[in-house]
Every structure is written in structure tokens, then in C-alpha cells.
Design a protein. Sequence first.
Length: 480
Amino acid sequence: MFLNALKQQALRYPDKTALKGENRTWSWGQYFEAVTHAATQLSSLGISRLALELDNGPEWAIIDLACLSAGIVIVPVPPFFSETQKEWVRASASVDAQIGGETMSGWRRHAFPFGRLQIRPLPAPSPLPVGTAKITYTSGTTGEPKGVCLSLNGMFWSAQTLADALAPIALKRHLVSLPLSILLENLCGIYIPLLLGAETVILPTARTGFEGSSQFNPQCFLQALTAWAPETLVLVPEILRLLVHLHQTVPESTRSLRFVAVGGGKVPTPVMELATQSGLPVFEGYGLSECGSVVALNLPGAVKRNRVGRPLPGIHVTVARSGQLSVISPANALGYLGEEPAGPGVDTGDLATIDEDGFIHITGRQKNVQINAYGRNFSPEWPEAEAMACPAVRRVVIFGDGLRHNIALVDAFDGQQELARQQLMQISARLPDYARFHRLLFTSEISSPAMVTANGRPKRNAIWQSLKHTILAYSEEEDL
């Protein structure tokens, strides 16, 4: 499927640029040759499941497509996983080869043009759902993240459906800004540009701003935007705030942008409104790995405020009495690794409503719903998103489950704690009492790498376990 599409691009535009890396450029013809050559080499070694632990680069795209072409199950290893989690990935997926990563004892090394290749014999690999082409792992909130088994047909369907939706925009250059091990960027940074015949720039993650798992360097991001002038980006909400700031302070850095998709978490309404009012072409979407990534997306001419868009054509969504969103999609995963095959629908765990025009509004996570000591329910994502309108605030995580008072853990920017307090109290006054920030507890711990997922979501359980005694004590204090 993807190889045939790549072959067609190579026949049409053999000398046109397809991939750009930090030090090398591939034309469509060279791209096709590299993928077919890599697929032949990997097949000749009898590899069945390959873990890919390279940093972002054109080589990542070449190896990914080579595995899909050769029928080798590819297992992207997120760079933000701990060594224990990486070993869990190798063991649970029964990988018999790896490209990149550390040198491992007992594995044989083989020459390979796109990274260090290591192989080990595995006589009895764990069973996989029939048709598994890729295993993408969840964000790693536990020591044993779940492997989501995806089919080639499902991934191709997602890519083709999105490519059709974006075709009228005639986009020409995409800059990969998220780790390619994240399925969203895997889809948008490799497959969609391939189908559209668009050029993709793939730089090491440090060159686009990522430092470690959850730290981000704004200056590197600015340099990448200025140097490469992309037309499209895919961002998580945390980086959207930075893009808005750059648009306002260094407008030439964003002048080339024509379509910026943002997802991976709830996008604060004030930030989204500021982005659109300032003229940035930002479009919110929604998806999850279990549904093959993108489920819904706002598009030019079909945008609604505070909505994640309409479902892609062919996807059916429903909301249960509990408020949980369910998705039936041709791209739905085959199931979790080591579990029974999935049914026809995916219960997302997200609370949502669907309006009369078919647009989806995500209101929170079912498992995150807080029920305070007075029996009032609310999703913490709601007041947390409101708090992101405060310029002095880096991050807020709120706890109220079973508590007399809601405790908002606040990470303020350096030297702006009192300003953050004032801004948050103004926001809080506009909320109903049960969702207000009754107590503010300032701590930078909630922004540490151990407390945040790769796409910027708080690891609520980890935060709770680390700070629960302080939270409980603070909530029980009497009002002054």
C-alpha cells in the first residue's frame, strides 16, 4: 500500500525533494530506492519484529516504511520511556531485532546503512492479533505500558482519509516537530506527506526544541521555524502556547504556516481563541492510538469554537448515558498486546457531547472526574484549561475528589508567583463554587519529567502519590 504510493511518487517526480534531514536530502526516487533496499536487507535476515529506537530523522521514515513493505512488525520505542520501560517493550512484544538504542548483551550486530542493527534468536514469540503491522505503546504512565496492535489497512485508511481532507489546501512542506514514535506524528509526518507528494523535513528532536521527555527549548523551535519555513505542523497544546507567543513577538517565524493541527490533550479555549484571533491557521483535532490516531478534526470552512471537529468520513461516534465517547472506525486497533482481540467499537474513556452539526466537544476524562466531599462532580480538565489563560501560569493540576476544598497545584513562571495567584483567583471567581481553586499550592514538581506525559498531560496518579499528604492536609485547613 504505502510502498505502491511511494513508487508512484518516484515515477512521477523522481528528482523532486521528498525528505530533508539535518545533513542530507532524498528525492522521491532515492526515497523509494532506500525503502526497497532496506526492506530487502531486513527480510534477508529473517526478522519478524523490529524495535525502532532512533531519534527523529529521515532514516526513521525509511525504516518504518521498509518494515511495513517487508511484512515485519515494527515497534517504535518512545525516547521518553525509562530503560525499564524500554526493556518491557522488547520483552512484551518479543522483538527479535532492534535499530538504535544501547548495545545489548547477547544480541548479534549486523551491518545496516540506517543505524546500528542488533538481532537475537527468539524461538517462541508472544502471539499477536492476525494482521498486526505495528505495535504502538501508550504514553508510559506505568512501568508496563500497553501495546496497541495496528493493522496496515487501518493505518493506510487513516492516512488516505486525512490526505483526501487536506488535498484542497495543496500543502507542500511539513516539519516534524514531535517524536516520530508518537503515532500522531508518525501518521502526519510520514504517511500523509507521502500520499500528498509533499516534502517532509525531519530533524533530530533537539533541533526542534525537545530536551529530554518533557522539557522544551523555545529558541531551538524558533530557529527550526525560521530556517525551514514549514507550511504544516502538528503540535501538542503545551507547544501551541509557545507558537502563539512566537507569532506575536517574531511574526516572520510563523509567516509560512498554512495548517497547524493541535491535539494530544485538551486545548485551553483561551489559548485557541488567541491563536485564531492573531491569524494563526490552527485547527484542533482529537484522536487516540486505539482508534489509529485521528478521529475528528476541524478543517478550513468547517470549524467550531471549543470543539475538536467532526469525525472523519467513515468514522461513527456515539455518547453513552455515562457521557463516555465511543468510536467505530476502519482504523480501530486490532486489540492490546497479550489481550483478547478488540470488539468493533472503542470506549475512549473521554467524556463528550456531540452537537446538532456533528461536532464533538470533549469535556474531560471519565476516570478523572472529581467528586468532592459535598457530592458535586466536575472534570478537572475544565478549570485547568481555564487556568491556561493566565500568562503567569505554566501548569495547573487540580484535585478535589473526596476533599472539603479543591487544591490547585500551580507551577508559576519564575518570579511570577504572586501575579499567578491574582490571575487564578480572577479565573476562579467566574467558575461555579464546586469547580473553583479553593486552595493554591505552588510547586514546580508538577512540571518535572516524571509527572508529565510526552504530549503534555499530567500524570495524575504519580502527582497524587508524591504530594497526597500535603494535598490532604491543605484541604482540611479551616478557612481564614
